[in-house]
Design a protein around this ligand. Structure first.
Ligand code: WTA
Length: 649
């Protein structure tokens, strides 16, 4: 099995799968969309904005005069929560199910749009009572339960940007984020269920709060009933404060460019970037893509994004996109193998899920567990399958199509990033003949290309850097508090063009193949991790003198974290104990997802004469390859020493 296939491997892929006739005949999006958008891109985005209910209509679709700071739907006013909830109830859809919630241990809740309106209104009233005002940032650190959605929408309703922190992050990661965007209000729960056991979340928040004295209140949802520490005056139970609130709340309309949320993501330096999304453009982008890429028929589909709300995929395709389109979704708390390896397929069968969206890493696990497991369940309700988060290797794509989709469901491999807000490159399921492993074409309205170093479009068949040449509605607006880094990271490589940080190729037919990051960002099971962040965690340990981290190919997770560490002399013969100590140190500094697959203790690191670590050579070692060109090393014997040390260990 190959991951992140090389350019040579890819150019041999010539299997294509046209959309099934019946699917094409009923599809939301037709091939004409491409022509319409190409003929009048701005007009196309103006048209898409009709999916949203505007309190005050916008007067200008795009203001791109202050590059790279785009403004979309200028002058328009709207409320995101009203668009996701109230208007559907007003339109007579109050009894439609918004979420089928399935807890890991099998407890369930069915939440209709009327229920959602009531819960979100109560939560908004509670936040108001506690002093949360428009513009205040609210951190949310929660498991995958309905209250997470209520909390996000309550914030949106008040115009208080939320920053959802993935439940696997550590106390120090929470503290960094809380401090970076000046959060004074945190919403969490006692814990959630993971792998059959209650996990602790409030306890992690408590630890983070030691560093965050400016946080006034922590609102705590009771999920597991476990014992928690309590700080009087600061901590409040959700059920004490929210349950007694009025069930009605009048939403206020905010400017189209009012901040909706901040999502932190790893970059090439140790400090995570606070990616800012605003209201109007984001909602247009998520509802448009959810409609066209997933071919949503809200009256009949049951849609399931099997991702965590703590990442952008959850924000855009569990919360905002599906709700804006009045969709019925599944919300599942747990992992795919608890209590058994058929859990996902049991859920598909139970709720008659028709559209499933997940990451290749999950598909590769299912492949490993074997086709017999999904074969035991009735998956005939499925009609469309999506993939996101990392390159999908053709073997996994084919397996997904055959063994989950029964050979009849189109597979859409969707490329996008936290910064993009919504899908940018993907097949249209009723239009595109797909190729296993290719994200195919930029969506209508999106102008993408692959550039060489000089900013020229590469010839078909060649590789280069993926860029987006025109602004799009759901693009990030800035990095919170760091406009300079925003401009440098995305807009400095090529003038007025968005640099994605991914390598890509356009094949002879004009189809895109995204090959993976070209910077020091790793992609582990579809999660973005920064080498610099893990290196800083390692060198913060008293026994470590220096550290270098690389991503090595891994059959299951796409990439795996490999660390090379030079110990301080005082700790030099630490042996295995040091390695496990360092592993748990990284776990507790960042979170379990950042734990290195292995840590190699080395006498030295390969550096250029200017002192830059040559990660390329370490990657060769980690991937068991012959080490490449060492002529630019300051000391070329270093690699021999490293390899000798590893062979002996
Ligand atoms: C990678 C997740 C290949 C890519 C929505 C990107 C992909 C990073 C794909 C963004 C795909 C995402 N094919 N690579 N279909 N989708 N990626 O911000 O390297 O967590 O830059 O957003 O994931 O990860 P992020």
């Amino acid at each position: 099995m190959t991951n992140n296939p090389t350019i040579t491997e890819l150019s041999h892929e010539d299997r294509t799968f046209p959309p099934p006739e019946e699917f094409a005949a009923n599809a939301n999006a037709t091939a004409e969309e491409y022509d319409k958008a190409a003929a009048d891109r701005i007009g196309y985005w103006e048209e898409q904005a009709k999916r949203i209910t505007w309190d005050t209509p916008f007067d200008t679709v795009l203001d791109w005069s202050d590059k790279p700071n785009a403004q979309w739907y200028v002058g328009g006013k709207l409320n995101a929560a009203y668009n996701c909830v109230d208007r559907h109830v007003e339109n007579g859809l109050g009894d439609r199910v918004a979420y089928y919630f399935e807890g890991e241990s099998g407890d369930t809740r069915t939440i209709t749009y009327s229920d959602l309106l009531r819960e979100v209104s109560k939560a908004a009233n509670a936040l108001t009572e506690l002093g949360v005002k428009t513009g205040d940032r609210v951190a949310i650190y929660m498991p995958m339960i309905p209250e997470t959605v209520f909390a996000m929408l309550a914030c949106a309703r008040l115009g208080a940007p939320h920053t959802v922190i993935f439940g696997g992050f550590s106390a120090s990661a929470i503290a960094d984020r809380v401090k970076d965007c000046g959060v004074e209000f945190v919403i969490t729960s006692d814990g959630g269920y993971r792998k059959g056991k209650p996990s602790g979340l409030k306890s992690v928040v408590d630890e983070a709060m030691v560093d965050c004295p400016e946080v006034r209140n922590v609102l705590v949802v009771r999920r597991t009933g476990q014992d928690v520490d309590w700080k009087e005056g600061r901590d409040l139970w959700w059920h004490d404060v929210v349950d007694r609130q009025s069930e009605t709340h009048t939403p206020e309309a905010f400017d189209s460019e009012h901040p909706l949320y901040i999502m932190y993501s790893s970059g090439t330096t140790g400090k995570p970037k606070g990616i800012l999304h605003t209201t109007g453009g984001y909602l247009v982008g998520t509802s448009f893509t959810h409609w066209t890429v997933f071919d949503i028929k809200p009256e009949s589909d049951v849609y399931w994004t099997a991702a965590d709300i703590g990442w952008v995929t959850g924000h855009s395709y569990i919360v905002y996109g599906p709700l804006a389109n009045a969709t019925t979704s599944v919300l599942y708390e747990g992992t795919p193998d608890t209590p058994h390896r058929g859990r996902w397929w049991e859920i598909v069968e139970k709720y008659k899920v028709s559209i499933l969206y997940c990451a290749p890493t999950a598909i590769r696990s299912f492949m490993k567990w074997g086709r017999d497991i999904p074969a035991k369940f009735d998956l005939s309700s499925l009609r469309l399958l999506g993939s996101v988060g990392e390159p999908i290797n053709p073997e996994a794509w084919m397996w997904y199509r055959e063994h989950i989709g029964g050979g009849r469901c189109p597979v859409v491999d969707t490329w996008w990033q936290t910064e993009n807000g919504s899908i940018l490159i993907s097949p249209l399921p009723g239009v595109t003949s797909t190729k296993p492993g290719s994200a195919m074409r930029p969506l209508p309205g999106i102008v993408a290309d692959v550039f060489d170093d000089e900013g020229r479009s590469v010839e078909p068949g060649n590789g280069g850097y993926l860029v987006i040449k025109e602004p799009w509605p759901s693009m990030l607006r800035t990095l919170w508090g760091d406009e300079e880094r925003f401009e440098k990271t995305y807009w400095s490589q090529y003038p007025e063009v968005y640099f994605a940080g991914d390598g890509a190729k356009i094949d002879r037919d004009g189809d895109f193949w995204v090959l993976g990051r070209v910077d020091d960002v790793l992609n582990v099971s579809g999660h973005r991790m920064s080498t610099a962040e893990i290196e800083s965690a390692l060198v913060a340990h008293p026994k470590v003198a220096e550290a270098a981290v690389v991503g090595a190919r891994d059959e299951m997770t796409g990439q795996a974290i490999e660390a090379f560490v030079i110990l301080r002399e005082s700790a030099a013969d630490g042996g295995d104990d040091v390695v496990s100590e360092l592993r748990s140190h990284v776990r507790s500094s960042i979170g379990p997802i950042a734990t290195p697959r292995s840590i190699m203790l080395v006498p030295d690191l390969p550096k250029t004469r200017s002192g830059k670590i040559m990660r390329r050579l370490l990657k060769d070692v980690a991937e068991n390859r012959e080490v490449g060109d060492v002529t630019t090393l300051a000391d070329s014997s270093v690699m021999d020493l490293i390899q000798k040390g590893i062979a002996e260990s």
